[in-house]
Write a protein that binds this ligand. Sequence first.
Ligand SMILES: NC(=O)c1ccc[n+]([C@@H]2O[C@H](COP(=O)([O-])OP(=O)(O)OC[C@H]3O[C@@H](n4cnc5c(N)ncnc54)[C@H](OP(=O)(O)O)[C@@H]3O)[C@@H](O)[C@H]2O)c1
Length: 298
Amino acid sequence: MRTLVTGANGQLGKSIKNLVIQQQISDSFVFATRDQLNLSDLQGLKSYFETHKFDLIVNCAAYTKVDKAEIDENQANLINHLALKKIAEIAQSNSIKLIHISTDFVFDGFKSQPYLESDTTNPLNIYGKTKLAGENAVISIMKFNAIIIRTSGVYSEYGNNFVDTILKQLKKGNELHVVSDQIGTPTYASDLGLAILNIIKSEKFNRNKQESQIYHYSNNGFCNWYDFAKEIIKILGSNCILNSIKTEDYPTTANRPRNTVMSKDKISQEFGLKINFWKDSLKVCLKNISVISTSNKN
Ligand SMILES: NC(=O)c1ccc[n+]([C@@H]2O[C@H](COP(=O)([O-])OP(=O)(O)OC[C@H]3O[C@@H](n4cnc5c(N)ncnc54)[C@H](OP(=O)(O)O)[C@@H]3O)[C@@H](O)[C@H]2O)c1
């Protein structure tokens, strides 16, 4: 299956690329960075797919700056909604399958149980609204052959993420203040990437005319950001001071939902996926970061 992965310089794009190299299946993948395929150029998108032929698009590109989106709605909507709508139209008319990544921020966070795919959406911020508009466009254009995977709290060895922020603060010897009243589940990008590759290889995905579906994927278990920081500090054996604070003590431009724990039963049952516990995946990521930084020093 000739597969295009967009957003190749992002956390998920890079993680998928690494896995594809490890699995020696690079020949069937094309990884496009923003420079190679800019989603904000809708006409350019159309021309790109006239000259490049694929069987599957894995859309990892997105406008992911949650706070900036509040003052940059047009750009967020262009990438997360309008470009995705165009991609879905192209996929639909060329019989290309689509795997698109969405977010837990489509929910308002007021549910006390884990969110199901069928639960009512009600985003609290512009980022979530544009991602939901993108989901709706895909589902209405592609009755078949599209999969939307909502994920949460993505971190990796690459780029800006919560783990990276904590590591930088620890390096500076700073005392940490982290919110403890927003609950969710972190997702190690490499685990999500592997889940996507396993889905692509599955018999179910390769059957013709599968009805388009939404799935949830994160690591297993749940925690708040304070717990997450505490676990990083514990694994590293750091003696830094960590303080728990409330959301109102750390005002951000965008509102964030308080509880976005999602049920992963649907994706794990339908594709036979084994999902790692968040603390186990965090250990793997921190180990890889230390290997990367040691080899950079040598
Ligand atoms: N990060 C999270 O915590 C989180 C949580 C829930 C859901 N998600 C979703 O998971 C997916 C992957 O997220 P991620 O963490 O890998 O995000 P990321 O690291 O921010 O990567 C996003 C990628 O999209 C690219 N991009 C942005 N605008 C573009 C444009 N106009 N044309 C082409 N590419 C463009 C970026 O390019 P540059 O590298 O050039 O900037 C970047 O490489 C996204 O759909 C996101 O919404 C993420």
